[in-house]
Design a protein around this ligand. Structure first.
Ligand SMILES: *Cc1c(COP(=O)(O)O)cnc(C)c1O
Length: 380
């Protein structure tokens, strides 16, 4: 009997020690079936299988694996990160206040601004990575839900999850943490007191830029919000397809390995970039000089593959550097095997993003090749 909790590397490599019940395969079957038979007594042949909108075996396998990574009682998958976020926010009782961190993934703020009033929610936004702002906004508004993102995208700001959970709970609310940039391998938000841990699985969790998915995990499986989300998913129909879930399980088998490599390369590149003449600022919580480093060390086991740099010379210089890159693809998204660069100001010009900011998602390429590309692109 092994007397230690298994490492995520071990859990991932074996997809949770998966053995297919029907034939012993070490890989789950790709089963696209939508409808499931009943026997002559009209009982379902498998009690949890009636119609695919209410659940499929491969989604169960993927959710079990995610719950193990997250150290959660349960995980639920949605067909994108935004679908998971929207589902969670739709489950907040109407008439309540939602407190949202500002300068996070623009899609979250955009969706809430468009829909909060119609759902009967009051939306309050502020930089919750600043402890005094977090404290004052929670005490002023007693929000039913506080939503933080750490590290935030693309600013890489770090918010203290334990402190946010304590303050939120004292005011009677619940805390959700979007940890997409960290992945459950680097930060287990529930262990730090969050009620819901959320990720876009489109990013590093799948890691191959070939499917969209989102996941929410909790220990509070009886929570009315959690139950509302489950019912909403089955009845409202926003479910993950079997092929996506199958690919996701395959992708997750290397998640801890990929996260290790991306984090090591990002740390190396952030350090080198901080000394580059063409770079004004490097935003990466792994750097000892980063304002979020102290808190990040307490809640992250490494610092992830996402970093931002501010290039000297504003938008023109940043776009020129991005245009010269030969290995980094100029494309949105993050957390995949291939490295990506994005000029966020071109995408969201009115959110205060520095014009010279380039967001870099570090993939699995050789780190010296990546450095050679960055160095040649940044040097005039
Ligand atoms: C990409 C992203 C999302 C949205 O996920 P999709 O899978 O693209 O819908 C949410 N939060 C963060 C931090 C993200 O980076």
């Amino acid at each position: 009997m092994i007397k230690r909790p298994l490492s995520p590397h071990t859990i991932a490599a074996q997809a949770g020690h998966f053995v297919n019940a029907a034939d012993g395969a070490l890989t789950p079957p790709l089963q696209p079936g939508v409808t499931f038979a009943r026997n002559r007594d009209y009982a379902l042949i498998h009690e949890n299988r009636s119609y695919a909108r209410a659940g499929t075996s491969i989604v169960d396998v993927a959710e079990d694996l995610l719950a193990q990574f997250e150290n959660a009682a349960a995980s639920q998958l949605h067909p994108s990160g935004m679908a998971a976020i929207a589902s969670l926010l739709r489950a907040v009782p109407s008439g309540s206040t939602v407190l949202l961190q500002s300068q996070i993934y623009w899609g979250t703020a955009d969706w809430l601004r468009q829909n909060a009033a119609r759902m009967g929610l009051t939306l309050v936004e502020g930089d919750l990575s600043v402890p005094s702002t977090l404290t004052s906004l929670i005490s002023e508004h007693s929000p039913a839900l506080v939503m933080i993102e750490t590290p935030s995208n693309p600013w890489l700001r770090v918010t203290d999850i334990a402190q946010a959970a304590e303050l939120t709970h004292a005011a009677g609310g619940k805390l959700v943490v979007d940890g997409t940039a960290a992945t459950p391998i680097l930060t287990r938000a529930l262990d730090h007191g969050a009620d819901f841990a959320l990720h876009s699985a489109t990013k590093a969790i799948n890691g191959h830029s070939d499917l969209m998915a989102g996941v929410v995990s909790t220990n509070a499986v009886d929570d009315p919000m959690w139950q509302t989300m489950l019912r909403d998913r089955a009845a409202g129909g926003a479910i993950l397809g079997s092929f996506e879930a199958w690919l996701l399980v395959r992708g997750m088998r290397t998640l801890p390995l990929r996260v290790d490599r991306m984090s090591a390369s990002a740390m190396d590149l952030a350090t080198r970039l901080a000394g580059h003449d063409a770079v004004d600022q490097v935003m990466y919580p792994g750097l000892p000089s980063d304002p979020g480093h102290g808190i990040a060390r307490g809640q992250m086991s490494a610092f992830g593959g996402l970093l931002s740099i501010v290039v000297k010379g504003g938008a023109a210089a940043a776009l020129a550097a991005a245009g010269k890159m030969e290995i980094f693809h100029r494309a949105t998204s993050l957390g995949s095997v291939e490295s990506l660069v994005e000029h966020r100001h071109s995408i969201e010009p009115h959110t205060g993003i520095p014009e010279g900011l380039l967001r870099l998602s570090i993939g699995l390429e050789d780190v010296d090749d990546l450095w050679a590309d960055l160095d040649q692109a940044l040097s005039c």
